[in-house]
Structure formats: structure tokens, C-alpha cells
Design a protein around this ligand. Structure first.
Ligand code: OAD
Length: 249
């Protein structure tokens, strides 16, 4: 298929756990993934937090601690580099709660499932940047209440963040690229259909075909650190030569 990236003015990219896998962070559903070793009902629902907040804090504290020993990989870097060189609209939506896209330098970025490095107060709703463990006694730096902080993470049954901005971008995007996500969790799993309705070309870059694979126009399978730089550097070359279509089979 031949694509003229030089004509594409609006791009939405969706990423999932697969993009951070080669940095050393576990995915959720691959063998030995996070949901193999923990039950969603125990650590990733509002009910779980009401029932056993200490266990939920322990789960997210361990994941937050891991961040200091990992770094962005070539896939995160390639997206940030592409965004810097692209003059059109570019929105990166990640389901990941790690900070690897931020550290790679991505700017127009929505963490639709929240962030490990933020807390939310259930008393005053203040969001604070954190880089330390949360406990059932942690004190909110805004209202000074103790025991009211939770990780600023979207749990099952809660509404993801930034949805209005995401659907607005999807409604006018010309290229939608899904990277490293299994397509199991809605609403993210349905984004490619929104993009298709807008007339966008849809691309899946993943290790294996996702649950939604057959719905994408272009599909490439392999590690993100290879596929993402390849795909987006081709796009950058296309952009630098106006009206020269770049070949991407
Ligand atoms: P999953 O664990 O469901 O899927 C990860 C995907 O990444 C799989 O399709 C793998 O094939 C692919 N993958 C693994 N290693 C890869 C690599 N090196 N390069 C490219 N692809 C690779 O993770 P997500 O789809 O992100 O939500 O999961 C979506 C949501 O489900 C998460 O945000 C989380 C979880 O429950 C919440 O906690 C709310």
C-alpha cells in the first residue's frame, strides 16, 4: 500500500502495555502478565479499594517503585521524535500508567487510564504529583486530610480520562495507529472504529494480532522497538518531501 504521509494532517496514536514491554514492564494479559498474578477484582476496582485499601496501595506502590529502574525504549522515543517533526495535529493516547512516554518527550499526551505518579484525594479531589508510596495514612497536601488518598488510576467501572478530547481528535483524524494493545478493554478497543467512521486509515503495530486485528487497514507484527521506529521514520521522510509518497507495505 502506498501512503502519502505528507498529506496527512491529523494523527491519533493509541498505545498499550506492549510498547513498554521491552523497557521491562509487564503487560497485563501475556503469560505471566499482571492479571495472571493478581485478580482485577482484588486490585483494580473501586470496590477492591473500599474492601482492602492496603492491598491496592501495595500493588500500585510496587509498580510505581519499578519506574525508577526502567527507561523509555526506541518505540517511545520514535513517537516523541515524530511529534516534534510533525506540523499537523498529533494526539498520543496511552492506556499505560507508567511515565515512559512523558520521559521520552511526548507532549500532546493523554493518560486515559491515569498515572502511577499522581494521587487523588477523595475528600477535596486534589490531584498531586507523587513519587513515593501511598498508605492508608497518607496525608493530602491540599486539604491535610489523612487516609483519603488513592492512586490517580482509572479502575474498572470508572470513566477513563480525557474522553472528550480523544473523541474530538478521533472524529477528525486521518491516520489512527494502535500500538502494543490487545484490544480487550473498552472504550480504547473501539477507538479504531471511530477513526474509521472519520475516514482515517487504521494501522495496528503489535507483537501478535489483537482481538480487533481484522478491522485494521494495515497490520504489522513484531516488537514495538522495531516496528514503531520503522513506521514513523518512514512517515517523517514522507513529510519532508512534499507530495512524494512513501512506500509502506
Ligand atoms: P495487554 O496486556 O492486554 O496487551 C498487551 C499487548 O501488547 C498484547 O497484544 C501483546 O501481544 C502486545 N505486546 C507485548 N509485547 C510487545 C512488544 N514487545 N511489542 C509490541 N507489542 C507487544 O495490555 P493493554 O492492551 O494495554 O487497564 O491492556 C489494556 C488495559 O487493560 C490496561 O490499560 C489495563 C488493563 O486492565 C486498566 O487497568 C484500567
Amino acid at each position: 500500500m502506498t501512503m502519502g504521509f505528507s498529506r496527512i494532517r491529523s494523527i491519533v496514536v493509541l498505545t498499550g502495555a506492549g510498547i513498554s514491554a521491552e523497557s521491562g514492564l509487564s503487560t497485563f494479559r501475556l503469560k505471566d502478565g499482571l492479571w495472571d498474578n493478581h485478580s482485577v477484582e482484588d486490585v483494580a476496582t473501586p470496590e477492591a479499594f473500599l474492601r482492602n485499601p492496603a492491598l491496592v496501595h501495595e500493588f500500585y506502590n510496587a509498580r510505581r517503585q519499578q519506574l525508577s529502574s526502567v527507561v523509555p525504549n526506541a518505540a517511545h522515543e520514535a513517537l516523541a521524535k515524530f511529534e516534534r517533526n510533525f506540523s499537523g495535529d498529533f494526539l498520543l493516547v496511552t492506556q499505560n500508567v507508567d511515565d515512559l512516554h512523558d520521559r521520552a518527550g511526548s507532549e500532546n499526551l493523554i493518560h486515559m487510564h491515569g498515572e502511577l505518579l499522581a494521587s487523588r484525594c477523595s475528600n477535596c479531589a486534589a490531584i498531586a504529583r507523587i513519587n513515593h508510596d501511598l498508605t492508608t495514612n497518607s496525608v493530602c497536601s491540599n486539604c491535610q486530610c489523612a487516609g483519603t488518598l488513592r492512586p490517580d488510576i482509572v479502575w474498572f467501572g470508572e470513566i477513563p480520562m480525557g474522553m472528550e478530547q480523544i473523541y474530538t481528535a478521533l472524529a477528525k483524524c486521518e491516520l489512527f495507529v494502535s500500538i502494543g494493545t490487545s484490544g480487550n478493554v473498552y472504550p480504547a478497543a473501539g477507538f479504531f472504529q471511530e477513526a474509521k467512521i472519520a475516514g482515517a486509515l487504521t494501522v495496528e503495530l503489535n507483537l501478535d494480532p489483537s482481538e480487533r486485528a481484522t478491522g485494521f487497514d494495515i497490520r504489522h507484527y513484531g516488537p514495538a522497538t522495531r516496528l514503531v521506529p520503522e513506521f514513523f521514520s518512514t512517515a517523517v521522510r514522507g513529510l519532508s518531501t512534499v507530495d512524494t509518497p512513501c512506500q509502506y507495505p
